[in-house]
Design a protein around this ligand. Structure first.
Ligand code: FES
Ligand code: FE
Length: 446
């Protein structure tokens, strides 16, 4: 099936040749393909936006992105609303800060003002200048038609026909619950939000977290050698690593301890091993024996652009800002029930490791920039990228969901790009056009 960009037609099956484990490097740099992704993927599927604790009080809000669309996420008396951060008058950016609490969003250009739910409240000159020639009820902020939460995480979609969120997450919930639902009270954000720009295509970050354990030994070798910085992290002894390719392009990597071996190995994180022991009964009650004692998810991507570093826990949302640029939204979440000093220790741990100057993050970002820019080289981009590791070896297990392979395998990356290709081959969902923006015939004005 072809993608029709502005001037160029792409054959998706040639861009992503999964039978042979080959991917055309142009998908990491081409502007036409990027535009098609924004339309066909980011306007169709669910997108992770943040955590409910970021907007705990009525009228709390934060600003973020849904694909290339800037949005405001706001807690109103009627629940969470997600709205395009674009004034309906001439397109001014209505809200220009990262977060806050506001009774009104005032567009600084001509002063149209919106309620926290996006309805238009004030139009300067409505009587004297417009002479009531417009109907303010038709000119509220454009609202995402679908908003839902899963155990504290906020998602939204521009697609009114999108499947229920739980269905979209599917088997990934089995692994997500190890983080989101391990103790009473659930999770909360600690330490605010960090954001920064990486000169990379968003897919290089998403594919790294979906299943690239292979890179760790080379990329992060120096960190592993620093005494006291990294513990065994859920793998005390007799462990095997797996990747699990999940429905809808999601994927997770994990450690599995042998049956008689409880988890542990977080000696470098003061008090965490004891904390895990103290919540052991709750873990078993909520997650069952396997996930409470033997299984430790390590990394995951929820397709398309939401990644998690388990189990004490960085959330990264990779916002595409052009084919060669990604804006990261980085959050740290902890169990609400943890002691305050442990939360603070984990805040520092996650920043040290996965923040913009983080030990692990810096190594990764440099690699992703290199792989993105190689796609611009006229000679290099003619050479397909290799995603062949583990082909023909995938299998299933009775105790964990997904299609499984060894810890070092490209199974999850192939699964992610299979979903990418599936959505890229579909027509984009129709644009949402409020009635007031249609012509008299009802056709969309262009
Ligand atoms: Fe917002 Fe004019 S663009 S009030
Ligand atoms: Fe890494």
């Amino acid at each position: 099936c072809d993608i029709h960009g502005g001037f160029v037609t792409f054959d998706v099956s040639r861009l992503v040749d999964l039978e042979n484990g080959l991917i055309d490097r142009r998908i990491f740099s081409d502007a036409e393909i990027y535009d098609a992704e924004m339309d066909r993927i980011f306007r169709r599927t669910w997108l992770a936006l943040g955590h409910e604790s970021e907007i705990a009080e009525t009228n709390d809000f934060f600003t973020t992105w849904m694909g290339a669309d800037p949005v405001i996420v706001s807690r109103t008396a009627q629940g969470i609303k997600v709205m395009l951060n674009m004034c309906r008058h001439r397109g001014g950016t209505v809200c220009r800060v990262d977060r806050g609490n506001a009774k009104l969003f005032l567009c600084p250009y001509h002063g149209w003002s919106y309620n926290p739910d996006g309805t238009l409240k004030v139009v300067p000159g409505l009587e004297a200048d417009y002479r009531h020639g417009i109907d303010p009820t038709q000119w509220g902020l454009l609202e995402a038609p679908r908003v839902a939460t899963y155990k504290g995480l906020i998602f939204a979609s521009w697609n009114p026909e999108v499947e229920p969120l739980e269905e979209f997450l599917g088997d990934a919930r089995f692994y997500l619950d190890c983080l989101l639902d391990r103790v009473e009270g659930g999770t909360e954000l600690v330490g605010g939000m960090r954001r920064w720009i990486i000169p990379t295509n968003w897919k290089h970050a998403a594919e790294n977290f979906v299943g690239d354990s292979y890179h760790a030994a080379a990329t992060h070798a120096s960190i592993m050698r620093v005494p006291g910085l990294e513990g065994a992290g859920g793998r005390v002894k007799d462990v095997v690593g797996y990747q699990a390719a999940l429905d809808n392009g999601h994927g997770v990597g994990m450690w599995m301890a042998s049956e008689d071996n409880a988890r542990g190995g977080y000696g470098h994180l003061a008090g965490i091993d004891d904390y895990l022991k103290s919540i052991q009964d709750q873990l078993v009650a909520k997650l069952g024996e396997l996930r409470a004692t033997r299984l430790t998810p390590v990394h995951a991507t929820i397709f398309p652009n939401f990644s998690i570093e388990f189990p004490f826990a960085s959330l990264h949302i990779w916002h595409p800002r052009g084919p060669l640029k990604t804006e990261v939204r980085d959050l740290t979440i902890v169990d609400k029930a943890m002691p305050a000093e442990m939360k603070d220790m984990l805040r520092r741990h996650c920043m040290l490791r996965q923040g913009p100057a983080g030990t692990w993050e810096q190594d990764d970002m440099d690699n992703w920039s290199q792989t993105t820019y190689s796609s611009l080289s006229p000679t290099a981009r003619g050479l397909m990228a290799n995603y062949q590791m583990g082909m023909g070896h995938e299998h299933t297990r009775d105790d964990i969901p997904g299609r499984i392979d060894n810890k070092s395998s490209d199974i999850n990356q192939r699964n992610m790009y299979a979903r990418w290709a599936e959505l890229m081959a579909m027509d984009p969902p129709p644009p949402q056009v409020p009635a007031a923006c249609r012509s008299h015939s009802g056709e969309i004005s262009r």
